[in-house]
Write a protein that binds this ligand. Structure first.
Ligand code: PLP
Length: 234
């Protein structure tokens, strides 16, 4: 095992150690939490090192970087798109990624559906929610999603697996706990509607600085970059 692989392995073990502590605190099972290693801006050699630790799920936030890396890395990697997706790029990711976290509009959902039907695939997606209402962030707002969710039931070629959010940057992650709590509560409200084709099993929330809080509040997927790979200074 080379130095980089060893370091990444240790980083991932530490993350799972902290996930376990957070789960114990609130009576959850650590196996309920999956790690997406966010490899954006890291070269393929580093991603390969992370692969060698056994990590199989990687996240990228740009379509071009994602589709550039994909053919250079092992085929059994599950790629997640976690960043903003423009409609004209949907065709490059449909059928290729295991999960799109960042569906932020009804029209994007329609385009994913159109491409999925064309390719004969079903695309698992999360709806991105801008819980904190930040102008700089994408996503549905809470009221909007509750209004529109019925129309998202049974869209062909789409399986809605849950919700995703990005918390605002905060000096103390306790300050964004309410964001994670609200996303969880929104997912429960949607689940109570029991709409066909809409599962609310996944909550993608928590990054390097706030994942412990997110796990305490019910995250099933954490998206972690710098705590896995180190600082993004490439
Ligand atoms: C970059 C990124 C992350 C990971 O950020 P870190 O702070 O490096 O853990 C998570 N989610 C999204 C959407 C990102 O763009």
């Amino acid at each position: 095992m080379d130095v980089t692989t060893g370091t990444i392995k240790k980083n991932i073990e530490n993350i799972f150690g902290e996930i376990k502590v957070a789960c114990d605190r609130v009576g959850r099972k650590p196996q309920e939490v999956k790690l997406v290693a966010v490899s954006k801006m890291f070269p393929v050699e580093i991603v390969q090192s992370a692969y060698e630790t056994g990590q199989r799920v990687f996240g990228e936030n740009k379509v071009q970087e994602l589709t550039g890396k994909m053919p250079l890395l092992p085929q059994d990697i599950k790629w997640h798109l976690i960043g903003t997706l423009q409609k004209n790029k949907v065709k490059y990711v449909v059928g290729k990624v295991a999960l799109i976290h960042s569906v932020d509009s009804a029209s994007l959902l329609s385009e994913i559906s159109r491409q999925a039907v064309k390719k004969g695939v079903v695309v698992p997606v999360l709806l991105q929610v801008n819980v904190a209402g930040e102008g700089t962030k994408h996503g549905f707002d809470t009221e909007e999603i509750l209004r529109e969710i019925k129309d998202f039931s049974c869209i062909r070629g789409i399986k809605i697996k849950g919700l995703m959010t990005m918390a605002p940057i905060a000096d103390d992650p306790e300050k964004v706990r309410y964001v994670f709590r609200e996303l969880k509560s929104l997912s429960e409200r949607i689940r109570d509607l029991a709409l066909p084709g809409i599962e609310m099993d996944e909550l993608s929330m928590g990054m390097s600085d706030d994942f412990k809080i997110a796990v305490e509040e019910g995250a099933t997927i954490v998206r972690i970059g710098s705590r896995v790979f180190g600082a993004r200074n490439y």
